[in-house]
Design a protein around this ligand. Structure first.
Ligand code: GDP
Length: 525
């Protein structure tokens, strides 16, 4: 390594992009990678569009769905920073893994389609970021199309998400009349669709164009100045500290498709996004600059190669430096293991990684040893990082073994897959039936597939539809409160949980039973 260890760590920026499908995540990612020189052509990120990964032999379901593991983590360098982007799959691929990915980042970029405003999946992912207090940078996309008024979009952030915002720049018009952005932060105007040399117009100390410029003849310029004045007077103040705490989101307007505003966004982002942050463990906070290696596993991708039944565990490095072949401890089982096979993920290739430092994400070969949430340490260290949060499942199926003779395999399989964090298990209180809970349909499909292939057990899964899941505070609860519309079940730690048919059933239950205290682990406040 050319730089010393400390500089290497401090140059890391590790983030995930959170958005609703179609907001422009892929497009923005591609543009970022282009700036970083990590890819040469746009269209490389999503394997399903180019068919580029057709030869990879990932798990069947993944092939069918076109999920590409290669794009799970992307790395590039820009202005001396080393950027790691973690993918958060959307659509049907949404799963607990998507949420868990957010435990491995130091910040998040939230893309909002400015015509649609805040959408469901963005909100869900936002809540997880909120829960973790990580800084969020907002990119209001598709300004080249007619969308909602910018002030309305800011109001949505406050009202729907409860987060304050600071617009770093402001659009001058939009859609057919989109002229560019008024860049408050750099005190300049960036013009849309002009020659490179005309791109920036410097502003004077009052934040206005000095002298004469054609853009001033558009009524949109005056309107923008008025809005800027309003923001200066009545808007939130810029605060680096509040951004770092995730209380204030810097907002950028732009258009990923036309690559407008993306570079300005990237440069400001790198300026304010945090380097690797300390992490709580059983031995207190671990400093990312500490030279003793440690990390934790936040995702396990199974059966990437069916011929070998191998798995890749995704490791977030939290301190020190990883070196290929190093021996590490797994404190959970008190064992030591040699990290011989390791992979770094790139947009268009997987390459072997020899060294990586705090903040980086690497893939390590998993012979079936790891569980999601496992801590890896070196030497005498045997601390463990805090347990990954529990995510509230929304979809449920009742599961049974097709062949009653296979009960043993069935139980072993369920137990291991649940421990690994692939799916959540609940037992009904009265009938002792098994219910599986997930945040996305894909988790059930992966479960079914793995039960068959790894535990030789075919399962019946009876859909129970979506439910509102609420845990009960304390250990006592009257079992007679269980009904079809408010089903009482136990989670795998034997905690009481109610599954409500819908919002109405939840409210009705709360009114009738005010002394039963319910909570959702994903509500931060
Ligand atoms: P993802 O599902 O969030 O990854 O979204 P994509 O990046 O695949 O974009 C979804 C669609 O929106 C595609 O047709 C893109 O070409 C389009 N899109 C993305 N960014 C912009 C933009 O800035 N302006 C316009 N007009 N379309 C965009």
């Amino acid at each position: 390594m050319s730089k010393n260890f400390k500089d290497e760590v401090l140059s890391r920026r590790t983030f995930a992009i959170i958005s609703h499908p179609d907001a422009g995540k892929t497009t923005l990612t591609e543009k970022l990678l282009l700036f970083g020189g990590a890819i040469r052509d746009a269209g490389t990120v999503k394997g399903k569009k180019t068919g580029k990964y057709a030869t990879s032999d990932w798990m069947e379901i993944e092939k069918q769905r076109g999920i590409s593991v290669t794009s799970s983590v992307m790395q590039f360098e820009y202005n001396g920073a080393r950027v790691n982007i973690l993918d958060t799959p959307g659509h049907q691929d949404f799963s607990e893994d998507t949420y868990r990915t957010l435990t491995a980042v130091d910040s998040a970029v939230m893309i909002i389609d400015s015509a649609k405003g805040i959408e469901e999946q963005t909100l869900k992912l936002f809540k997880v970021c909120r829960m973790r207090g990580i800084p969020i940078f907002t990119f209001m996309n598709k300004l080249d199309r007619q969308g909602k008024a910018p002030l309305e979009l800011l109001a949505e952030l406050e009202e729907v998400m409860g987060i304050e915002s600071y617009p770093m720049n402001w659009p001058i018009g939009m859609g057919k009349e989109f002229l560019g952005i008024y860049d408050r932060f750099n005190n300049r105007i960036e013009q849309f669709r002009v020659e490179e040399e005309e791109r920036f117009i410097a502003l004077n100390e009052e934040g206005e164009i000095e002298g004469e410029h054609s853009i001033m003849h558009s009524g949109l310029y005056d309107q923008t100045l008025e809005e800027i004045m309003l923001l200066n007077e009545a808007g939130n103040e810029f605060s680096r500290e509040r951004i770092a705490k995730g209380e204030l989101t810097p907002v950028f307007f732009g258009s990923a498709l036309t690559n407008f505003g993306v570079q300005t966004f990237l440069e400001s982002y790198l300026q304010f996004a945090p380097p690797p942050q300390p992490r709580s463990s059983t031995a207190g906070e671990i400093d990312p600059l500490s030279e003793e290696f440690s990390g934790f596993i936040f995702k396990i991708q199974a059966n990437m190669n069916p011929a070998h039944r191998d798995r890749i565990a995704f490791l977030r490095i939290c301190s020190g430096q990883f070196e290929r072949g190093m021996a590490v401890n797994i404190p959970r089982i008190g064992k030591s293991i040699k990290l011989a096979q390791s992979t770094q993920f790139m947009a268009d290739d997987r390459s072997t990684v020899d060294t990586a430092v705090s903040g980086d994400i690497i893939g390590i070969y998993d012979p079936g040893t790891y569980q999601i949430g496992d801590t890896l340490t070196v030497g005498k260290n045997n601390f463990q990082y805090e347990r990954l949060p529990q995510f509230t499942p929304e979809l449920f199926v009742k599961v049974t073994a097709k062949n009653v003779m296979k009960q043993k395999h069935f139980h072993k399989g369920i137990q291991q897959l649940v421990q690994e964090g692939a799916i959540q298990l609940f037992k009904t209180v009265k009938m002792e039936e098994y219910l599986l809970g997930a945040v996305g349909q894909l988790q059930f499909e992966v479960f079914e597939h793995r039960m068959k292939n790894e535990y030789n057990t075919e399962v019946y899964m009876e859909r129970q539809g979506s439910k509102i899941t609420r845990w009960v505070e304390g250990d006592e609860v009257n079992e007679n409160l269980s009904s079809a519309r408010s089903l009482l079940v136990k989670d795998r730690y034997d905690k009481n949980v109610f599954l409500f048919e819908n919002d109405f059933a939840l409210r009705w239950f709360q009114e009738k039973n005010p002394d039963v205290k319910l909570y959702n682990p994903m509500d931060s406040e």
